[in-house]
Design a protein around this ligand. Structure first.
Ligand code: ADP
Ligand code: MG
Ligand code: ZN
Length: 476
């Protein structure tokens, strides 16, 4: 009956060495107010100078999302006062942002992609931090002036799933580009979610509500679900115009609801005007060249994995969703692991074990080289899959990463030599003449018995495929 409409604003903290308009370091954890200077403290007479590295990183995102990268863009002042913002305005880009009109493709569960339009990505300065302790508050301006890239999407998403898919794709993209740590918990990747509803078939958009304070993908879904229900109920009860205003609401993690924070200011309330202290940001050919140095991005990787490595698209999507995981996978291949086998061992075996141990691909005790070598040992028949699992379990608990030594130590070398396997098979057949006769009389079920006996006699080291072939030969 209703259609959900979502547009997202994401603030990405750029990982530059210095702030956007001064040379103060952006390092985290310095003593309070030590990473400051007259410019970021907004002392009279101090003049801002644009950070080239921040501009290049913004441009790099622009090229990655097929956007227009403006060779000249402008800074504006957005006026508002808050104790953590000593200038009494924020320097941002309203009228002509450095990046405009891009696109990002999200992957839908049915295997297709949907295009999400990107309105713009603009540079702006972050605020400091207010800290409330008992009955007083402190202000730390270390973060004031840190570069942010605000990335604004078109209202093109139609469900919470699409919104989360967009955020994950954007998150992966900025991580691949190396322009931000994009850590949601630490606030270097923050999103504001704009939600409205409209009766199916209606063209005009409904009133949008902006939700802030959402710091995980899970809460993005929950906040959208709550807001859609609240707005739909108001509509059905005939009180939509009274209940749904263009406003900013906060997501409450404890209560699982959104709460009105403040009426959403109209642009006019901010008294935007061009910053008279800053000249246009003009990009040079060298900056363009540097910004265009692009790593292989998720979509291109998926295509290559599917077309050249022959792995399934669902698997390629899982692996490329995270830059570390993709590098891990590629290192396994470089060690001689067969792609399809590497996928199984990475996704099912390794991730499964990491999950159980509350570890991640970043904190894995088993590096990609080691797992790659282990997997290549399965492919060349040096060990069985079962033996490899034993080694993997062992390595989760122990230090040694010498695969060959572990194979010996744990007695897992796989026997693939025909002669050695035949010797065992002949022993089994001789010891069970009755069963051999029954099998040859047509009781084919017994084949499993012979396989089992042979494997047992070899203490699990005989190559199962070889055992099958050789047994068939001997019994026929
Ligand atoms: P503001 O700074 O006031 O939040 P922006 O223009 O920066 O405004 O961002 C507006 C965001 O709201 C964009 O992401 C846009 O896609 C989204 N949006 C606009 N209209 C709607 C709507 N009717 N429903 C949902 N989202 C919307
Ligand atoms: Mg905005
Ligand atoms: Zn400074």
């Amino acid at each position: 009956m209703f259609e959900t409409v979502i547009g997202l604003e994401v603030h990405v903290q750029l990982n530059t060495k210095t702030k956007l308009f001064c040379s103060c370091p952006t390092s985290f954890g310095a003593p309070q107010n030590s990473n400051t200077c007259p410019t970021c403290l907004a002392l009279p007479g101090a003049l801002p100078v644009v950070n080239k590295e921040a501009a290049i990183k913004a441009m790099r995102l622009g090229y990655a999302i097929n956007a227009v990268v403006n060779h000249s863009s402008n800074f504006d002042r957005k006026s508002y006062f808050y104790p953590d913002s000593p200038m009494a305005y924020q320097i941002t880009q309203l009228h002509k942002a450095i990046v405009q009109k891009g696109e990002l493709f999200i992957d839908l569960p049915d295997g297709t992609q949907k295009r999400i339009g990107m309105t713009q990505a603009h540079l702006e300065a972050d605020a400091g931090k207010n800290m409330h302790e008992g009955n007083h508050s402190k202000v730390d301006l270390n973060r004031a002036g840190t570069p942010l890239l605000e990335i604004v999407s078109e209202p093109d998403m139609r469900s919470a799933e699409e919104a989360v898919a967009y955020l994950k794709k954007l998150h992966a993209t900025v991580r691949y580009l190396g322009i931000s740590d994009a850590n949601m918990q630490e606030g270097s990747f923050r999103c504001d979610v704009n939600v409205s509803i409209r009766p199916k078939g209606q063209e005009a958009f409904g009133t949008r509500v902006e939700i802030k304070n959402i710091n995980s993908f899970k809460f993005v879904s929950a906040a959208i679900a709550y807001e859609v229900q609240r707005q739909s109920e108001a509509y059905e009860d005939g009180i939509y115009t009274q209940e749904v205003h263009q406003e900013t609401r906060l997501w409450s993690v404890e209560e699982g609801v959104t709460k009105s924070m403040r009426g959403k200011e109209e642009a006019a309330d901010y008294r935007y005007f061009p910053d008279p202290d800053l000249r246009p940001l003009v990009v040079t050919p060298e900056m363009i060249e540097e910004a265009q140095q692009m790593p292989e991005l998720p979509d291109a990787k998926v295509k290559r994995y599917v077309e050249e490595l022959g792995i399934k698209k669902v698997d390629a999507l899982i692996i490329t969703s995270d830059k570390e995981m993709a590098s891990y996978f590629e290192e396994m291949i470089a060690q001689g692991a067969v792609a399809k086998t590497a996928v199984t061992w990475l996704i099912s075996e390794l991730l499964g074990r990491l999950n159980k141990a509350s570890l991640t691909i970043e904190t894995t005790p088993i590096d990609a080289k080691t797992l790659g070598r282990l997997v290549s040992k399965i492919s060349d028949d040096s060990i069985s899959g079962k033996g490899a699992k034993e080694i993997l379990d062992h390595m989760m608990e122990h230090e040694s990463r010498d695969i060959d030594a572990l194979i010996d130590e744990l007695g897992l070398a796989q026997v693939s030599d025909d002669g050695a396997i035949l010797a065992i098979i002949d022993g089994i057949l001789e010891a069970n003449p009755q069963k051999v006769a029954e099998y040859q009389a047509g009781k084919e079920k017994l084949f499993g018995f012979f396989v089992g006996q042979t494997m047992k006699a070899s203490k699990g080291t005989a190559n199962p495929a070889k055992v099958n072939t050789l047994l068939k030969q001997r019994l026929s």
